[in-house]
Design a binder for this molecule. Structure first.
Ligand SMILES: *[C@@H]1O[C@H](CO)[C@@H](O)[C@H](O)[C@H]1NC(C)=O
Ligand SMILES: *[C@@H]1O[C@H](CO)[C@@H](O)[C@H](O)[C@H]1NC(C)=O
Length: 403
């Protein structure tokens, strides 16, 4: 029953994630009423290229649209006639200039230390302009394709404006390093770097598996152990629920971890911290599973130490998981709604935990009181309570194990 709910949750999360892969560029209308015959969703940096190819003039009208760009970002879209990446890129750049107006210019890039200085490109560019509004920046231009052909390497980018200079783009975010591909303005065919397409799907899968397992199921398992335990009627059901929840979380989590290790070995960019925390989590999680097999009996003298060990490793796993999931969000850089949805679920779980914590204390204090009362009765010679007295002490015993 719990498993079914968890499975449904997983399916829902995955459906939400994958729905974002449908082509969305088509539904957009430009405020200046420009219309283009083709468009492509650029999965890295979540931006869009629109174009109309004019075969008789051998030119292409393009619009590069970057939602989420702020007034203190620069954006760039480039054709690289000589290579696939940044060096050699012939860039169209836009930002909000010191008069707070969207400003577009051209910049040929020959060094990784470029300041995006203005300069002429190796092909003709006309009608260059930029637009900014509704939290998105757009570059418009007409490019002369006569010297470069219709099939070109494209590169796109976003970075910060620091005062009067354009700062380097992020190199820790893989989307900034994988934002290149090819485009054929005539056929409409486009490819995106290995960071895009199927790798993007793998990254999303990795993110969903880990967010659901380490990020959501495991905290639910802890909540079950800590709060369901206090109800005497739920003993030993809480234990099986807890083990069931944590082992399914572990299985899904190991699958998520495996996809992460594979992504790491395929990727040219090292995500060292994210990877190391991931490895530590895998070890600690595995340790928890095996420690279960070595669990001493309830009244064994080592049980207290086992509990201390189990709880400290468990809470460490929960904490590290959250840190790593948020690191993952930074690396994957999905649309804000995914992070918001995840934070929403965490807030929900935290609220449930706080309410149950208060309720648990209420129950425990009540039990303690009635236990104390029964002792008094006993002292007064009311012996009939002997049995239920033991009961009350048991409830308390269970509670002190939780802490
Ligand atoms: C800012 O951009 C506008 C519009 O592109 C341009 O006319 C103006 O000269 C620019 N101002 C500065 C200070 O660069
Ligand atoms: C465009 O892609 C399709 C399908 O992938 C392919 O059949 C076609 O030859 C491509 N066209 C060009 C001009 O590359």
């Amino acid at each position: 029953m719990a498993l079914k709910t968890l499975f449904l949750m997983f399916v829902l999360f995955f459906a939400l994630f994958s729905s974002s892969s449908a082509q969305t560029c088509k539904s957009y209308s430009f405020s200046n009423n420009n219309a283009y015959s083709s468009c492509v969703d650029l999965s890295q940096l979540s931006s869009y290229l629109y174009w109309t190819y004019d075969s008789s003039a051998n030119t292409v009208d393009i619009a590069y649209r970057h939602p989420g760009a702020t007034s203190s970002d620069w954006i760039a879209w480039a054709i690289n006639p000589t290579s696939t990446g940044m060096l050699g890129a012939q860039a169209l750049v836009a930002y909000m200039n010191s008069s707070s107006l969207p400003y577009a210019y051209t910049s040929p890039i020959s060094s990784y230390n470029t300041q995006l200085q203005a300069g002429d490109l190796s092909f003709g560019v006309s009608s260059l302009s930029a637009e900014y509004g509704n939290n998105e920046m757009i570059i418009f231009a007409t490019v002369d394709l006569s010297s470069i052909g219709t099939k070109v390497n494209q590169v796109w980018q976003i970075g910060p404006v620091n005062g009067n200079s354009l700062g380097a783009h992020s190199t820790s975010n893989s989307a900034n390093l994988n934002s290149f591909g090819t485009i054929d303005f005539q056929s409409g065919n486009s490819t995106q770097s290995s960071g895009g397409g199927s790798t993007q799907t793998k990254k999303n899968t990795h993110g969903v598996l880990n967010a659901v397992s380490w990020g959501i199921l495991m905290p639910i398992g802890v909540i079950i152990a800590r709060y369901v335990k206090v109800f005497e009627a739920a003993d030993p059901a809480w234990f099986y629920l807890h083990v069931g929840c944590q082992s399914s979380a572990y299985i899904v989590g190991v699958a998520g971890w495996g996809t992460g290790m594979k992504l790491g070995s395929d990727s040219p960019i090292e995500q060292t911290t994210h990877r190391n925390i991931g490895i530590a989590l895998f070890c600690l999680g595995t340790l928890q599973v095996f420690a279960l097999l070595l669990r001493p009996k309830k009244d064994h003298k080592f049980r207290l130490y086992w509990n201390i060990y189990h709880h400290s490793v468990g809470y460490t796993v929960i904490l590290l998981s959250q840190i790593n999931i948020f690191k993952g969000f930074d690396i994957l850089d999905p649309e804000d709604k995914w992070k918001h949805a995840y934070i929403g679920i965490l807030v929900g779980l935290a609220t449930i935990a706080v309410v149950l914590e208060a309720y648990t204390w209420f129950i425990v204090i009540k039990r303690k009181r009635s236990a104390a009362l029964k002792y008094t009765h006993e002292a007064n010679g009311t012996n009939g309570y002997g049995v239920s007295n033991g009961h009350g002490a048991n409830g308390y015993g269970a509670r002190s194990q939780v802490v």
